[in-house]
Ligand binder design. Structure first.
Ligand code: BTN
Length: 239
């Protein structure tokens, strides 16, 4: 594993995107402290300091493929497998939050960079609360937890190595098969089960109540709205 290590960085995703041309394929950009981390919808990813995981995997695919869209959910599945191996009970909240006891412990953000209309790189950022305390987690808007708070003492570098190995074990399969490669595992680990009542917010817009009807073959969420119509949702979130 080629690690580019920092003591302090604004954001591993930002740094990776700005330096993409000099980063080799399958490198890992890691920082002890991350001062301006961000997640989906440009929400801040808070810095709970050393001991937590702030990392980006950098991929340099030769061409753009529709299967790349499944890499974030694939990463969630890789983390899920590592959690299983460590005996950590968890669920996955569509599309890519890993939860313990319903509280978020890990978030994933994939971004792409382009040069001359062609894909230059993909950056998969992973933030995991390993040692965040109750006082620190109070600053997160939605319910959040850390592995330490849930009773698991996990070394950052150990879990990173496990996630990295898991990720590259089946990397070719996910690129060839897309979401269908992980659909079974993803459904099994889903925080929401078929028929659950959910509230959905599209692009941070107004909230709608409806019913969770599973995932389609591309990993999109199937939502039955209040008029009993089926909607296939690619972005937004369950609130
Ligand atoms: C989310 O839950 O919305 C995604 C959070 C992703 C946070 C990680 S921390 C490492 C990497 N660098 C960032 O600025 N963001 C990702």
């Amino acid at each position: 594993m080629n690690i580019i290590n920092f003591e302090n960085l604004d954001s591993t995703n930002l740094w990776s995107k700005s330096n993409i041309e000099k980063i080799p394929d399958k490198s890992v950009v890691l920082t002890n402290i991350q001062t301006s981390g961000y997640g989906r919808f440009k929400r801040p990813w808070l810095n709970f300091g050393e001991g937590n995981l702030f990392v980006s995997f950098v991929l340099k695919p030769s061409e753009e493929k529709k299967e790349h869209a499944s890499l974030t959910q694939y990463t969630a599945i890789c983390i899920s497998k590592v959690f299983d191996e460590l005996g950590i009970k968890h669920t996955i909240k569509w599309p890519n939050d890993v939860l313990i006891n319903g509280k978020k412990v890990c978030g994933i953000l994939t971004e792409a960079t382009y040069f001359g209309g062609k894909i230059e790189g993909l950056v998969i950022g992973i933030g995991m609360n390993l040692v965040g305390t109750k006082e620190q987690l109070k600053f997160v808007k939605s319910p959040a937890t850390s592995l330490a708070l849930e009773g698991f003492n996990v070394e950052r570098d150990d879990i990173l190595e496990k996630i990295y190995n898991e990720f590259f074990k089946n990397y070719d399969s996910i690129l060839n098969l897309g979401f269908s490669f992980i659909k079974y595992d993803y459904k099994r680990k889903s925080h929401y089960k078929f028929g659950d009542k959910i509230t959905f917010s599209k692009d941070l817009g107004k909230k709608e109540n409806g019913i969770f009807r599973g995932f389609d073959d591309s990993g999109a969420l199937i939502f039955e709205n209040k008029n009993s119509e089926i909607e296939i949702l690619n972005c937004g979130e369950i609130v």
